[in-house]
Ligand binder design. Structure first.
Ligand code: FAD
Length: 306
């Protein structure tokens, strides 16, 4: 069996693998797609000490760093079941069962998409999901935020300090965001909020986003909104479908962890976007991965080998 088996090969999993392997313990990492969300990222400007890089480049560096240690990297393998009856066991889609003395879950998350024409075409070319990451790219421009929940209104307030103007489009009749956030947004001179707005299409000039079409659900009229950027804030979905019923999850489906990365199951730790950690960022996921690995090591030295 492994001493530490990591499920997930994004920044959290890669960092956990390096920290575990450096303890000289048997370390494995199973990843559906090594690199995770970073593979889909064009430009990264907030990975501290690296002024600017691109996702696939950072992933290549991560892989090189992981493989410089004695780590079993099982790429293109999906975990489908976790059980803790008999040590910790992770079942893969191909039927294999991996045994380990401890497990670190780092399966990440994905942004909920609008699923409208143009969204995929202009992803990374004006369609964005992370205001902390891409906000500064739209300095002095007009943007839209899709979604009037807490993350949408937080994004609007954040962006309003950088960009020229923000239009929030909310599908429902009222915003779902906390009252205090709504008040703050309404107090800012450059945020407009439109409710009952259903986004129907992202449009662009072939290179970049130039605007979007939305339907006013009250009148059924279609409108054109000219914007350079569209921040989609309709939810982040943690990749925990395969864990439901086996481990404590939050109401949003995130794995509940404490400050050491411990989950509700003994010997099982978690890190990164899949967890209840506030703020989902590369540097935060890496820090969390190292925390989980050190906690797993601490668990191992206190647990007799059976
Ligand atoms: P992920 O990166 O999501 O990795 C999850 C890993 O788990 C993957 O390897 C996946 O294949 C694997 N996995 C999932 N389910 C299973 C399973 N059942 N079995 C096996 N493996 C599984 N952050 C920044 O800091 N700066 C940025 O500029 C930035 N830009 C972004 C741009 C985009 C378009 C997106 C989508 C995100 C961006 N982020 C950015 C956020 C950042 O990418 C995430 O916070 C970070 O990747 C989270 O790392 P993670 O390791 O927790 O999860």
């Amino acid at each position: 069996p492994y001493d530490v088996l990591i499920v997930g090969g994004g920044p959290a999993g890669a960092s956990a693998a390096i920290y575990a392997a450096r303890k000289g313990i048997r370390t494995g990492i199973v990843a559906d797609r090594f690199g995770g969300q970073v593979m889909d990222t064009l430009s990264i400007e907030n990975f501290i000490s690296v002024k600017e890089t691109e996702g696939p480049k950072l992933v290549a560096n991560l892989e090189q760093h992981v493989l410089s240690y004695d780590v079993d990297l099982m790429n293109s393998q999906k975990a489908t079941k976790l059980s803790v009856d008999n040590g910790v066991e992770v079942t893969l889609e191909n039927g294999a069962v991996l045994k380990s003395r401890s497990v670190i879950l780092a399966t990440g998350a994905r942004w909920r998409e609008m699923n409208v024409p143009g969204e995929q075409v202009y992803r990374g070319k004006g369609v964005a999901y992370c205001p902390h990451c891409d906000g500064p790219l739209f300095k002095g421009k007009k943007v839209a935020v899709i979604g009037g929940g807490n993350s949408g209104i937080e994004a609007a307030i954040d962006l309003a300090g950088i960009v020229e103007h923000v239009t929030v489009l909310e599908f429902a009749e009222t915003l779902r965001a906390d009252e205090v956030l709504q008040r703050k947004a309404r107090s800012m001179g450059n945020i407009e909020i439109i409710t009952q707005a259903m986004t129907t299409e992202v449009i662009g000039d072939g290179q970049r986003v130039t605007g979007l079409h939305y339907t006013d659900r009250a009148t059924n009229e279609s409108h054109l909104l000219s914007v350079a950027g569209i921040f989609v804030q309709i939810g982040l979905i943690p990749n925990t479908d395969w864990l439901k019923g086996d481990i404590e999850l939050s109401q949003h489906g995130e794995i509940v962890i404490d400050s050491r990365g411990q989950t509700s199951l003994p010997g099982v730790f978690a890190a990164g976007d899949v967890t209840t950690v506030p703020y989902k960022q590369i540097i935060i996921a890496m820090g969390a991965g190292s925390t989980a690995a050190l906690s797993a090591f601490d668990h191992l030295i206190r647990t007799p080998v059976s």
